[in-house]
Design a protein around this ligand. Structure first.
Ligand SMILES: O[C@H]1[C@H](O)[C@@H](O)[C@H](O)[C@@H](O)[C@H]1O
Length: 607
């Protein structure tokens, strides 16, 4: 393999190119990027229309919590049906992300984005017109199929059309659109929550607007020049490249891509399942491990638990009014969105690796703070002072404190408070039809009954809620710029062209699978480990993520996509040793009449 890696791109162009080794100076980098390394506006138009796919991903995953509040009342949904309607989308996304790989290789990025936006539009239409829960389920699965394809195609498309010096930023815009979609969804949820009849139709159906916009936009937008070249459509590829670079002199970039595709094909051999070829070829196998690891750790850092749990955290902090809680949850999504913007700004300044490491450090510390907040709340949990004699033989009567009572999914805490102390507190079975009410007694009518009794289903009143609230804000501020977007950005860059769609498909699939796993296990984890135990567990997982990233994630900032495979040539988890700014670096300048690649960077394939 080392020979193969060493011989890579020896024939860099018909008229001759020569590679030089050395730390690239700013001037030479600019040579590579064009005289002034300026970015034509058109590339931003492309990124905008593509990132609408990210917006729909965020919108459709975010909007469902608010829609469910109205739907469960209007359609009388059981807990099972609520679970199905929420998780079917994520499950369908996992499946379609994986199958999106072959679709991308076969039909191209543009057609896949058109298919995804078409599916989003149909899904939105089904959801807004649904008359029963079965049709709703079909709509949610349809939308999930669209999300899966979009989640793996859009980052790849943006990375392939971007110039190297803007690539990280433009791909990260897709993540900004994901969190933007989640934020807009929470605002739409808030606005339509006042419309108790059919409000959910607007919430779920509004996604048709961006979906249709993206569909028509992509009618006029070009295919990725890299995919066109791979399919042998060289003339079209050259035209698209000149179009998106805003100049006709694209020979250098065109030649680099073309020769790299030729070399890749020789290296990886044709035929067979691409995933098997990826696994049997050292650099791509290592890239896949890094890509899937990043996606797995993103979800294991608990982002969706924290987002989902934000409403409860706010209730712990004393927000009792449902409407107020909905608007404050929108503030949580807004924080996630605003701090993703910081990521877009930093990614080309500090690079992917430093951004991810910094983000993980902050995420770990804030998770530990959240855990300490929950621990102090548990240790100071209000006691149960009233034991009403009920006709039901329930386990709820056995608990002595709110903490134990609240961790049992069958029970809730019913209490009164005078602003400083909790009194008249009891542990009561939950109403089977709705967790908003107790099965009987003072808390069985409204969440705040006439005599001032308050029903707390999954939280306990505590004076330490400010620690938890601070932890929540710090968590979002640390996670959103790095661990949120970087797994998507890095995956769009680390695979050679022949392996890119399959690599992204599998890593996106891993993201979705761990999304389901974390959301389905959180409540059980909290039940067995308590809340603070669960958050200490996430802290431990973030420490593992930090070790993984420190050891295995190379810096890809500023490199041509075609050069990135070299970063995975060495042993697995030694790639963190180097970054483009501190190692010798191979790049190409055009020198007439000679093709030469010194063997300095010869790769070892030993793992
Ligand atoms: O990158 C995104 C983003 O951070 C979202 O907020 C989160 O809900 C997704 O699961 C994740 O993939």
């Amino acid at each position: 393999m080392s020979n193969l890696m060493g011989s890579r791109r020896q024939e860099a162009g018909d008229d001759g190119e020569r590679s030089l080794i050395g730390t690239p100076s700013r001037d030479s980098r600019e040579n590579l990027l064009g005289p002034d390394a300026s970015t034509p506006v058109f590339i931003y138009v492309l990124a905008f229309f593509s990132a609408l796919g990210g917006f729909l991903f965020g919108y459709d995953t975010g909007v469902v919590s608010g829609a469910m509040l109205l739907l469960k009342k209007e359609m009388n949904l059981s807990a099972l049906w609520q679970e199905l309607l929420v998780s079917s989308t994520v499950g369908a996304a996992a499946l379609s992300a994986v199958s999106g790989g072959s679709l991308n290789g076969w039909l191209g990025r543009r057609i896949c984005i058109l298919i995804a936006s078409f599916i989003f539009s149909v899904g939105g239409l089904i959801l807004s017109l649904a008359q029963d829960k079965e049709v709703l389920l079909v709509g949610r699965i349809t939308v999930g199929l669209g999300i899966g394809i979009a989640s793996m195609t859009v980052p790849v498309y943006i990375a392939e059309v971007s110039p190297p010096h803007r690539r990280g930023q433009l791909v990260t815009i897709n993540s900004l659109f994901i969190t933007g979609g989640q934020f807009i969804a929470s605002v739409v949820d808030g606005a339509f929550s006042y419309l108790s009849h059919d409000g959910w139709r607007y919430m779920l159906g509004l996604s048709i607007v961006p979906a249709v916009l993206q569909f028509f936009g992509f009618f006029f937008l070009p295919e990725s020049p890299r995919w066109l070249l791979q399919k042998g459509r060289s003339q079209e590829a050259r035209e698209v490249l000149s179009w998106i670079r805003g100049c006709s002199n694209v020979d250098e970039e065109y030649d680099t891509i073309r020769s790299s595709i030729e070399e890749e094909e020789k290296e990886a051999g044709g035929g067979g399942f691409i995933i098997l070829r990826i696994l049997s070829h050292g650099p791509t196998r290592r890239a896949l491990i890094v890509g899937c690891g990043m996606q797995m750790f993103q979800q294991l850092s608990g982002i969706n638990t924290v987002m989902y749990y934000s409403a409860t955290i706010l209730q712990m902090a004393g927000v009792r009014d449902d409407k107020q809680a909905i608007w404050l949850a929108a503030a949580t999504s807004a924080t996630n969105f605003v701090f993703t913007l910081v990521g877009v700004w930093l990614v080309e300044k500090v690079g992917r690796r430093k951004l991810t490491v910094g983000s993980l450090l902050g995420t770990g510390l804030s998770l530990a703070l959240l855990a300490v907040g929950f621990l102090l709340s548990a240790q100071n949990s209000p006691p149960i002072t009233l034991h009403p004699v009920d006709s039901q033989n329930s386990t709820c009567r056995l608990y002595g404190s709110c903490e134990r009572c609240m961790l049992d999914p069958g029970c809730g805490f019913c209490y009164r408070d005078n602003g400083t102390t909790v009194y008249d507190s009891s542990c009561i079975p939950v109403n089977e039809a709705s967790t908003d009410l107790a099965a009987w007694g003072r808390c069985s009518n409204q969440s705040e009954a006439a005599d001032g009794a308050i029903w707390a289903y999954n939280y306990c009143p505590t004076s330490y809620s400010w620690i938890v609230l601070l932890g929540l804000i710090l968590y979002l501020a640390s996670f959103a710029p790095g661990m949120g977007p970087m797994p998507w950005t890095v995956n769009s860059e680390i695979y050679p062209l022949w392996a890119r769609s399959t690599g992204n498909a599998y890593s996106a699939g891993v993201n979705w699978i761990f999304n389901v796993v974390v959301s389905l296990t959180f409540l059980h984890a909290a039940e067995y480990l308590t809340y603070y135990g669960a958050f200490f567990m996430y802290t431990g997982l973030v420490v593992l993520a930090l070790l993984f990233v420190l050891g295995c994630l190379p810096e890809t900032k500023g490199l041509q996509l075609e050069d990135i495979e070299n970063l995975f040539a060495g042993q697995l988890c030694s790639c963190g040793d180097s970054s483009p700014s501190d190692t010798r670096h191979v790049h190409y300048i055009r020198v007439k009449g000679h093709n030469y690649l010194p063997s300095d960077n010869e790769a070892s394939d030993v793992e």
